[in-house]
Design a protein around this ligand. Structure first.
Ligand SMILES: [Zn+2]
Ligand SMILES: [Zn+2]
Ligand SMILES: [Zn+2]
Length: 390
C-alpha cells in the first residue's frame, strides 16, 4: 500500500529503472525466461499502478502536474493533440460516434492526414491540466464485454419479466374528464373523445397523463415497467446498478496551456538531432540564475558553453511575446548563446527585438528543419577558441 507521503512519480521512476536492471539480468542470462516473465509482469503492473496514481493525484497537486506535463510533452500522441489545438487556435475537440457508439477524436496530423487521438492520452492531458474537459455525452457500457455498441434499453413486465409488453399512453379530455388510452382517441388523423365524441382540435383541450402497460405473457397491468439493459453482443442482461456509465468529454486547450505546451512541443525530435550532433541536451532545460531557476525548452552544452533554446509556435507568425519571455530568462541565467526557434516563422518586429537582445532567431516549418539550423549556430558560436561573450 502506498501512503499519502510517497511520491508516485518517484516510485514510477524507481520501478522503471528496476525493470531496466531486470532486463539486463535476463540478457546476461542470470534469469530464466520463466523467472524473468513473472518478475517483469509484476513490475509492469506496479509501474502502471504508480503512473495511474501519479495522474490521479496531479488533479490536486499542481507541482506534480507540472512535472508530469514536461514528460507528456515528449509523447508523440500528446504532441499530435497539442499541435492540433495550435493549428485550430484552441477550438474544442468534440467526439464523433461511429456505428459502434465508441467515441473517437479526429485530428489532422502534420501531413494533413486524419488520425484519431487515444482517449487515454486526452484523459492524461486533462489530469495534468493541459486540456480542459466538458461533459459531452454519457454512454452505457456493458459490464461484461466492456463495449457500448450493442446495448439496448429494455422495458419489462415487473411480474413475469417478459419484454413482450404493450405501453399505452393515457389521455384525458379536460372538458368532460374522460381518461382513456391514447389509441381510443385516434380516429384516422383526428383526435376524438371516445365518450362525448367531441373533435379535439387544439392541445389545450387534452393532456397526456402517464402510461399504463399490459403484459402479453401474463396479462398483468402496471404503470411502471422494470427498466433494464441487454447487450446483444454477449447476451448479458444488466441494470443501471451494474452497468458501466462512462462520461464522454469534449476537450479544449486554454490559452495559458497552449502557451506553455508550445514551448515544449516536439522538443524531443530536436533533442535527438542535437544529441546526434554531439551536444549534451536536457529538455526541458533548467538553468540556475542569480535569484531563481529558469526553464527553457531545452538547454544544450557545447564545449562547456551553455546554449539556451526556446521554441515558439504560431498558426501564422511568432510575435514578440516569446522573445520578451526569453529575454527575461536570459538576464537571469546568462547562457553563452540564446536561440529562439520560431515555427513556422517570426514576425519582423519579433526579429528586430531579438536582434537587440542578442537572441538568434531560427525559423522552420518542422522541428527537424529548426534542428539543423540550431546545430549550425551552435557549432559556430560555441567554438572553444571563440572569446566568451562580454
Ligand atoms: Zn456485452
Ligand atoms: Zn369528452
Ligand atoms: Zn408479465
Amino acid at each position: 500500500m502506498t501512503t499519502a507521503t510517497t511520491d508516485p512519480l518517484t516510485e514510477y521512476d524507481t520501478l522503471t529503472s528496476e525493470h531496466a536492471r531486470l532486463e539486463k539480468q535476463f540478457l546476461d542470462k542470470k534469469l530464466s525466461q520463466e523467472e524473468f516473465g513473472i518478475l517483469s509482469r509484476q513490475l509492469k503492473e506496479r509501474i502502471a499502478h504508480a503512473e495511474q496514481q501519479a495522474y490521479n493525484m496531479a488533479r490536486k497537486d499542481e507541482d506534480l502536474a507540472k512535472r508530469l506535463r514536461s514528460r507528456i510533452y515528449n509523447e508523440p500522441m500528446a504532441q499530435q493533440v497539442i499541435s492540433h489545438f495550435v493549428r485550430t487556435g484552441g477550438r474544442a475537440l468534440d467526439p464523433e460516434f461511429g456505428p459502434d457508439r465508441m467515441p473517437r477524436y479526429a485530428l489532422e496530423n502534420d501531413k494533413g492526414e486524419r488520425v484519431f487521438a487515444e482517449r487515454s492520452t486526452l484523459q492524461r492531458l486533462a489530469d495534468v491540466g493541459t486540456v480542459t474537459e466538458t461533459l459531452y455525452e454519457r454512454v452505457l457500457y456493458c459490464p461484461r464485454c466492456g463495449t457500448p455498441s450493442d446495448v439496448y434499453l429494455r422495458f419489462k413486465c415487473p411480474h413475469c419479466g417478459s419484454i413482450d409488453i404493450v405501453i399505452n399512453r393515457m389521455m384525458e379530455h379536460l372538458q368532460c374528464g374522460t381518461i382513456h388510452q391514447e389509441t381510443a382517441f385516434l380516429v384516422g388523423r383526428n383526435i376524438i373523445c371516445p365518450s362525448c365524441k367531441k373533435l379535439l382540435q387544439n392541445q389545450q383541450e387534452y393532456r397526456l397523463i402517464g402510461i399504463v402497460c399490459s403484459c402479453n405473457s401474463c396479462h398483468a397491468h402496471f404503470e411502471d415497467p422494470t427498466q433494464g439493459y441487454f447487450c446483444r453482443r454477449c447476451q448479458n442482461e444488466f441494470t443501471l446498478l451494474t452497468g458501466v456509465v462512462t462520461d464522454i468529454f469534449s476537450y479544449k486547450m486554454t490559452p495559458t496551456a497552449l502557451n506553455e505546451a508550445q514551448q515544449f512541443l516536439g522538443v524531443n525530435v530536436l533533442s535527438k538531432a542535437l544529441a546526434e550532433a554531439g551536444l549534451a541536451v536536457t529538455a526541458p532545460g533548467a538553468l540556475r540564475g542569480a535569484t531563481r531557476e529558469v526553464v527553457f525548452s531545452l538547454v544544450a552544452d557545447k564545449n562547456g558553453k551553455t546554449i539556451a533554446i526556446d521554441i515558439a509556435h504560431s498558426p501564422q507568425e511568432v510575435e514578440i511575446q516569446p522573445v520578451l519571455d526569453m529575454y527575461v530568462k536570459i538576464i537571469e541565467a546568462s547562457p553563452a548563446v540564446s536561440i529562439l526557434g520560431a515555427v513556422p516563422r517570426a514576425s519582423k518586429r519579433a526579429k528586430d527585438i531579438a536582434g537587440l537582445h542578442n537572441i538568434f532567431i531560427v525559423e522552420g516549418v518542422t522541428l527537424a528543419e529548426l534542428g539543423s539550423k540550431i546545430i549550425e549556430i551552435a557549432s559556430e558560436k560555441a567554438q572553444t577558441q571563440s572569446p566568451p561573450p562580454r
